[in-house]
Design a protein around this ligand. Structure first.
Ligand SMILES: [Fe+2]
Ligand SMILES: [Fe+2]
Length: 483
């Protein structure tokens, strides 16, 4: 099987994994393909399926080749299978097999574990497209609409990436799992997506930006630790996916930043100093900063739940097996086995939050989550700087890890955003100050009217500083067929 950085177009499925000479896998994927297209066509509103969108398509995995821009109708997007180049003499980076050659085939004893990790990752990809399916109808601009669809087609490609691994390395049960990825659906009663945050709604564009900022960042952290996997095909797939993921978080960070900018500008123009003068601010047709803080707290806490339990034997087993490593494992200076190491983990005992030292091996999830929180605080710093520059007196903060949790040691425990334990009654009475209410949602929804004129923007969001692919301000990112 030849693997190169250039992509072959000699089959229906662009790829750099030599598909045309791998008849079994090619046939399996060609059988899966119509179901995927059918799923896509039913999902995204028809008027957008027929509209050419200015999208980037990966035509190679080297830095120059993976971002070619052109107009394409989304159902005709060339979803492909792209693995980052093989690193010569790569070894298993962690656990009991540390230093052995990386696996090129599935190690039998870890087959079930590996398949499950791939299926869970795969399940999140189509889920987010399902969550975002109606947003096109209320896009604040062509620029944002294009970014939404770019994120969507790439999540679609990420699904392809996981389906390829299932077909190539897991035989019949892999093919069945690949079919299952198109059968579950976000928010469904009978067959929901596997993880909680991926069954929540993404009802408006602020939610979309916060989702791409916080939840895609969880995706990034998971991909980073799978990119370190001792199973080399998984590592190479995830390494390429991470490069695409960066754009999703860019969409999130700049999207939230532009909403904040517009609010501060409108407050200044109207001479409103008090960021809590909510009614007056909302009358300006912009989203008040305290409401953005509430939405931010919701998306952050939902994303924390995605990391699973703080102390987890599953995570320990995957690490020990060399299947899933830590964030930047190759840069960590220790034995990579964690035989005697400890890691600080929060616990909740007798009504008090305290930190204890747990065996580092069982605290793998906790460590990844800490790395996530560090990574996620960067954007807040930049948003806060912009607010300060506007002269508005307000600061965004990430809530305490115990706030509003459904999974782990804090699940269901009434803890405030600043980390104090209170009674359930007190929590219930205060929740509307900490998390978005129905009225907040209704207000945001009232602003969600589409703005499809090239170069124009809805009143609640500032234009971006630079266009995609450096295009000028009135560039037509999508040629809408509004029949
Ligand atoms: Fe993804
Ligand atoms: Fe993503």
């Amino acid at each position: 099987m030849s693997i190169s950085s250039s992509v072959a177009y000699d089959t229906l499925i662009p790829n750099n994994v030599g598909l045309s000479s791998d008849k079994r896998v090619l046939k399996g994927l060609q059988t899966w393909h119509p179901g995927y297209i059918d799923w896509w066509n039913k999902l995204i509103p028809q008027k957008f399926q027929q509209s050419p969108v200015y999208l980037r398509t990966a035509v190679g995995v080297d830095p120059k080749g993976w971002a070619k821009f052109d107009y394409v109708k989304m159902p005709e997007y060339r979803w492909g299978i792209l693995l980052a180049p093989q690193v010569e003499d790569r070894t298993i980076p962690c656990g009991e097999h540390t230093g052995d050659p990386a696996w090129q085939e599935v190690p039998g004893e870890y087959r079930a574990m590996l398949r499950r990790l791939i299926v869970i990752q795969g399940d999140t990809e189509p889920a987010s497209i399902e969550q975002q399916r109606f947003l096109g109808n209320t896009a604040p601009s062509q620029y944002d609409l294009r970014n939404l669809f770019q994120v969507n087609v790439e999540e679609g490609r990420h699904l392809w990436a996981m389906v390829y691994l299932l077909h190539k390395y897991f035989g019949r049960d892999g093919r069945e799992e690949a079919d299952g990825l198109l059968q579950r659906s976000s928010g469904s009663e009978e067959a929901p997506r596997m993880l909680g945050a991926f069954n929540e709604e993404t009802p408006d564009w602020l939610s979309f930006f916060l989702f791409t900022y916080f939840t895609d960042r969880d995706g990034k952290m998971q991909l980073e630790s799978l990119a370190q996997s001792g199973f080399d095909p998984l590592s190479r797939t995830c390494r390429f996916m991470i490069t695409e993921e960066a754009h999703h978080m860019f969409v999130g960070e700049t999207g939230v930043g532009r909403v904040i900018q517009r609010t501060c500008d409108a407050m200044n123009a109207a001479g409103i100093d008090d960021p809590y003068d909510i009614d007056k601010i909302r009358e300006l047709g912009v989203i008040d900063l305290p409401t953005i803080q509430k939405k931010l707290a919701l998306h952050y806490t939902l994303s924390l739940d995605l990391f699973g339990r703080e102390v987890s034997t599953n995570a320990a087993n995957a690490f020990n097996a060399g299947i899933k490593a830590r964030f930047m494992e190759h840069k960590i200076d220790d034995d990579h086995k964690l035989e005697d190491a400890t890691y600080p983990v929060c616990q909740y005992e007798d009504g008090v939050v305290k930190t204890v030292d747990a065996p580092a091996l069982t605290a793998i999830n906790m460590r990844l989550r800490d790395d996530y929180t560090k990574d996620a605080s960067g954007g807040l710093k930049r948003w806060n700087k912009a607010i300060e520059k506007s002269g508005v007196d307000f600061k965004f903060t990430l809530p305490h890890e115990g706030f509003n949790r459904k999974i782990g040691v804090f699940a269901g425990i009434p803890i405030t955003p600043t980390g104090e334990t209170i009674s359930q009654e007190q929590w219930d009475a205060k929740a509307h100050e900490w998390l978005p209410t129905k009225a907040d949602g209704d207000f945001i929804q009232s602003l969600m009217v589409p703005c499809y004129e090239a170069g124009e923007y809805a009143g609640w969001i500032a234009p971006p500083r630079v266009g995609i692919d450096n295009k000028e301000g009135d560039f037509e990112y999508i040629k809408l067929h509004m029949a």
